[in-house]
Each structure stands twice: as structure tokens, then as C-alpha cells.
Design a binder for this molecule. Sequence first.
Ligand SMILES: [Zn+2]
Length: 263
Amino acid sequence: MARDYPNGLWIKCDNCGEILYKKTIEKNFFICSKCNYHFRISHKKYIEYLLDDGKLEEYDSDLETNDPLNFPQYKEKLIQAQKTLGIKDAYVYGLGKIDNIQIVFGAMEFGFIGGSMGTVVGEKVARSFRLATQLNIPIIIVCTSGGARMQEGIFSLMQVAKTSLEVGISDRKGIPYISILTNPCYAGVMASFASLGDIIIAEPGAMLGFTGPRVIEETIKQKLPEGFQKAEFLLTHGFVDLVVPRWDLRRTLIRLLNIIWRK
Ligand SMILES: [Zn+2]
């Protein structure tokens, strides 16, 4: 994340080090005007940027985990994240419109315990797909995550299978699913619904993968190619369909929805 300067007017780009005027960056969708670095933004910003009137009719906003393993310090972490972010867990979803086309829209929040997927994220993602199928409308999810939530152990890992299953069921009913991968998106989330979109869009420079490059290099004892796990690398290798700058995301979604869905 960008480092704030004391007076709050300036922020330093994490990538190029340029000192940037905060208001200008805000107007520029939190993209560095010098190097095109996309600062991490909250799920609220994606709702604001992508949906008509920036409006989401949220579902299941009160769903929260019961800490199934009674994991040390987990409850404190949850309370802290809930207080800071005003959400119960790392994923929100509901109904919204893009260019007046009704969709199910979901977004992950990295600020909430690294956007990790535990039982609540998994359940809400599953419900998102069921809702899209029930209403026969497209679904769009903005993904960002460090992976499965350690504090819920095997219950978290089960969500990988569960969410993938739901993607498959909705897919068979002909429900289009657009996945938007933002920085970073890793591990259990990447290995399930995030990488299963009919159309996979990534933001420029986003780091996307299963395990981090250092662990892979240590395991296979080989140097990885330049740009490995970056959105652009994955585009040239066919894993990602489009790399779209944040300022152009809404327009791209409008174009895609009008091609695949407008009746
Ligand atoms: Zn920069």
C-alpha cells in the first residue's frame, strides 16, 4: 500500500517512488500517473467505479464466522477487521447493474485478513453463483486474496472445492461469469473460482498465482522467467484473456456484457 505522508496530501508510489498529490491520484482511479502502478483499493471503490450509480444491493451482509477451530487470537483479528472495514468478512456480494444490465456482483477485500477465504467467504461466493443461476443473470467478481484462511484450517480448504463446484453448476446453466483479478490474487482463491471465469480480466501489473515465486524457485531449483506471475506474462501465456487498466474496466465490462448478454 502507498505510504501516507503526515499532512495526508501526498503519497509515495510503491513502484517508482514518485511523490504524488493524493487528490490527483484519487481522480486517476488510484493509478500512478508516472509508472501506471495500480494502488490497491478497497472493495467499496470497485463498487463505486464499476456499478451503475456506484450502487450494490448487498446480500448476506450479516453472515460471520463462528471460529470453528477456536483458533488463538482469531476472534480478536476478526473484531479488529470488522471494526476497521465495516464488513463482517472478506467478501461482499449482491445485485447491481452495469449499463442497466442486472448482474450479481461480488468483490473481495484484501484489507480483511489478507482477503483470505474461510467458511464465510466460501459460502457467500457459493451463494453468489446460486443467485445468478436462480435469476438467470451474469456474475462478475473482483478477486484479490492471499489464499485460504489459515485460522479455519481444513474448513477453508473445503471452500476451494465448494466454490469450484458452484461455478461449474452455474456454468452448465449458461450463466456467464467474468472474473477480474487484482493485485495480489493467490493460492486457494486463485486455485478455485478466481481462475474459473468464462472471461478472465486482470489489472496491469497484478501478481497472480498459486504459490509465490520464491517458494517455486526454491522447490524446482530453477530461476523463473522475467515477469513470472504478472498479469501481462499470464496474458501472453493464455491464462488471462484481457489486461485492462482500472480506468477502462467499467467500459470494458459494458462492452462485454452487451456482446454476451444484451437481449
Ligand atoms: Zn509510480
